[in-house]
Design a binder for this molecule. Structure first.
Ligand code: NAP
Length: 313
């Protein structure tokens, strides 16, 4: 299908990505009576769907990720925003108009809010790709169940590695967290919970150099970065939590990202392109939480209205 054949859909505000940031922006924009369309290629809720328990989102002492995703989605849709399926290929700017291309449709609006989040970074070692889905995983909530009474390795030292490592003890007999330093980056509350869990043990100052196994994960080859000593640790699964990479390819040509690919905004979520906003994990920020994404989304939804009013002056 050529560009000419594509259906053209017009709105006031197009939001790309239905995680907590995008959904909150949709709530604020639609509640301000703006014709709002939110485009998502996966499940509404984004990364929260892969989180077992959320205990740091105000209003809920403890709630499952998918349940919270559903609550946020329902309230975001309550004021008339439209949710459509679509895999966005590129975002173009022509004067004041932004064009969002999917395979079948071109969405057009003066305001676009990019809420495309981030993906899990890969380790980039031999065996990782080959054994993905055969013991190598990036989602404990999705795959933890397969490791009942097994030994699993978690790679990383941030919130994700430590929280998901502890979560995996529900299934696994033993969880070994391998971290490249001798100090965790994770929040203290998560560290303390992991240290207190008998099933969790740590291997410090160590990097994974290879994931081994023919049809399934059998273990990892590791190297101690202080002694340079190498060894093999046997395991049935490897969960990789070594950080995030931004999903910002669709706006790369617009010059709104920094050298690492995060979208740069001001406190009002405005990028350097008028009418183009970014919220949530894809944004250059020092804290990536559901609560911060929701804050970003409310700001962007509000600013979308302000921006559209300014065009009428
Ligand atoms: P992160 O905070 O960037 O941590 C990544 C970890 O992986 C770091 O410990 C890093 O080591 C290690 N690492 C990076 N590259 C590596 C490599 N090539 N080999 C071995 N180790 C490597 O990422 P994250 O834990 O996925 O968290 C992402 C964001 O989500 C953060 O902002 C986090 O706070 C947030 N989050 C919050 C919660 C919560 O509030 N409950 C839960 C999950 C995530 P160094 O420490 O040495 O750099």
């Amino acid at each position: 299908m050529t560009t000419v054949d594509k259906e053209l859909v017009q709105a006031d505000v197009i939001i790309v990505g239905a995680g907590p940031g995008g959904l909150t922006a949709a709530l604020y924009a639609s509640r301000a009576n703006l014709k709002t369309i939110i485009i998502e290629k996966g499940m509404p809720g984004g990364e929260i769907n892969n989180t077992a328990d959320v205990e740091n989102y105000p209003g809920f002492k403890l709630i499952s990720g998918p349940e919270l995703a559903n609550h946020i989605f329902e309230s975001a849709m309550a004021f008339g925003a439209e949710h459509v399926y679509g895999d966005v290929e590129k975002i173009e700017v022509e004067g004041l108009t932004k064009k969002i291309h999917t395979s079948k449709t071109i969405y057009q609006a003066p305001v676009v809010i990019v809420a495309t989040g981030a993906n899990h970074r890969k380790l980039g070692v031999p065996g990782e790709e080959l054994l993905a889905g055969k013991g190598v995983s990036y989602c404990a909530v999705c795959d933890g169940f397969f490791f009942r009474n097994r030994h699993v390795i978690v790679v990383g030292g941030g919130d994700s590695a430590v929280e998901e490592g502890t979560y995996l003890t529900q299934f696994a007999d033993k969880v070994t967290i391998i971290h490249r330093r001798d100090e965790l980056r994770a929040q203290k509350v998560l560290q303390n919970r992991a240290f207190a869990n008998e099933k969790v043990n740590f291997v410090w100052d160590t990097v994974v150099e290879e994931i081994i196994g023919e049809n399934n994960v059998e273990g990892v080859k590791v190297r101690n970065v202080k002694t340079d000593e190498t060894s093999t640790i046997e395991a049935d699964g490897v969960f990789v939590y070594v950080g995030l990479i931004p999903n910002s390819d669709t706006v790369k040509a617009l010059n709104v990202t920094n050298e690492e690919g995060w979208i740069v905004t001001n406190n009002q979520m405005e990028t350097s392109v008028p009418g183009l906003f970014a919220v949530g994990d894809v944004r250059h920020t020092n804290l990536r939480q559901i609560a911060t994404a929701v804050g970003d989304g409310s700001q962007a939804g509000h600013m979308a209205y302000q921006y559209l009013m300014s065009l009428k002056d």
